[in-house]
Design a protein around this ligand. Structure first.
Ligand code: IMP
Length: 424
């Protein structure tokens, strides 16, 4: 039995989907605990490529129960579309898929407000995915949110929508100069989705506690990454949830004392989508090369990702915040062919070197990365499955990172498929 959390250790898109899929065959439960359909978890198996946004990445490997926890914000229409896609692929969800009663619902007005707010911010836009994530968490925290359980009672749902629309329509009319929304239309847009989702909505907190009592193994799947965390990320250029290990507890109802392992996933380089500080960003040819080789385009929005060298100052901070005691290195094969590989080992701030990640926006914006250069390797490592087959320079690169962080890599990914993996 184990309760393990899988965390994004950068700004998201670290390849968590592949790792959760890989680890799922030994899990009894796989649980998403935060975020929403802003996430895009790409899985490759049996020559198929699938992108999941809300359903946990454990659905295709083995027979783990898949749970959407209370910390997730759910767009019912997007979820139904995803459920249908998974069923069409021949995977059964009945008795295997569960949605928390207390997860909050993303309604069309959240998506609309997300897009309108971004437009209004102009040059200061966050660069959100436009999926309504921020406004849905605003509703939750300001205690006017609609929860999955509310979908099961049409009268309650209607009255809550009507209540919310009073404020939202006032803002649409007076602030954004947009047409107002109608409760009847929202109710009818939701009705087909509600019917389909109803059988899956339940008390997932009790389900997970029962699993822990029965000594079953639970895998908690984070979305986005620690540097996008609303508390610990590069605020305000963050998402509105807590992708950290702390968020795994609040977003699932599993207590911190039940966690056995926290696994951080990092790429061999860095990427970021959307706006905000990125100390090791490469704006020239090398960045372009990483983008092309790593196919760094958003799985949800298709946006090109910003690319840069691995940032160990940021990664050390992420290991501390989450209590990471095991690391996975993904996209190692993308580094093939580089004569030298740089890693950022310190920042220069106000003329002084530091290895402490600054928490304030004006500081993190101003830091200058200090790099250590490591030798690259010529031969392709794509698809390699054993440590001994790695070129010695690739092994030294991994050892250097481990030594800096004081945490070991237990999995190294050398390609997008399940099979292209080294278990150390
Ligand atoms: P939101 O989560 O849509 O509100 O977007 C807030 C910030 O998080 C933006 O910079 C997005 O690009 C980023 N973001 C949200 N989801 C993901 C993800 O799954 N991968 C990478 N970045 C993400």
């Amino acid at each position: 039995m184990s309760v393990r959390v899988v965390i994004g250790a950068q700004w998201g898109d670290e390849g968590k989907g592949k790792i959760v899929d890989l680890l799922s065959d030994k899990a009894n439960y796989v649980v998403r605990y935060q975020g929403g359909a802003n996430a895009g978890h790409t899985l490759k198996f049996d020559d198929k490529k699938v992108v999941l946004h809300l359903i946990p990445s454990g659905i295709f490997n083995g027979d783990a129960h898949c749970v959407i926890g209370n910390g997730v914000v759910i767009d019912p229409v997007a979820l139904v579309e995803e459920i249908k896609g998974v069923q069409e692929m021949g995977f059964e969800l009945k008795d295997r898929f569960f949605i928390s009663q207390t997860a909050h619902v993303i309604l069309p007005y959240h998506k609309l407000l997300d897009q309108l707010k971004e437009k209004r911010r102009g040059g200061d836009a966050i660069g959100t995915t436009g999926r309504g994530i921020g406004p849905a968490y605003v509703s939750k925290v300001s205690r006017v949110g609609i929860r999955m359980v509310d979908l099961l009672d049409k009268d309650v749902l209607r009255s809550k929508i009507e209540q919310n629309l009073k404020d939202i329509n006032f803002a649409l009319e007076n602030l954004y100069k947009e047409p107002v929304l109608d409760a009847d239309e929202l109710m009818s847009e939701l009705s087909e989705s509600i019917e389909l989702l109803e059988p899956y909505i339940c008390n997932t907190t009790e389900l997970l506690h029962k699993a822990i009592r029965n000594e079953e193994s639970v895998l908690l799947e984070g979305a986005q990454g620690t540097l996008l965390d609303v508390d610990h990320g590069t605020y305000p250029y963050v998402t509105s949830s807590s992708p950290t290990s702390g968020g795994a507890c609040t977003g699932s109802g599993i207590p911190p004392t039940a966690l056995d392992k926290v696994m951080g996933i990092t790429k061999a380089y860095c990427t970021r989508v959307g706006n905000g500080p990125f100390p090791t960003e490469l704006l020239g040819e090398t960045g372009e090369l990483l983008r092309e080789k790593g196919a760094e385009f958003g799985a949800t929005t298709g946006r090109p990702r910003r690319c840069g060298w691995l940032d160990l100052v940021a990664l050390k901070y992420v290991c501390q915040i989450n209590g990471i005691n095991e690391l996975t290195l993904t996209k190692m094969d993308v580094m093939d062919g580089f004569e030298e590989i740089k890693v950022c080992t310190a920042y220069k701030l106000d003329g002084e070197e530091t290895d402490v990640f600054p928490l304030c926006l004006d500081e993190i914006r101003d830091v200058e990365p200090v790099y250590t250069s490591l030798p690259g390797w010529k031969n392709s490592i794509e698809g390699i499955t054993s440590w001994d087959e790695l070129p010695s320079t690739a092994q030294s690169y991994i050892r250097f990172v481990e030594e800096y962080l004081g945490v070991k890599f237990t999995i190294i990914s050398t390609g997008p498929k399940r099979s292209e993996t080294i278990i150390v």
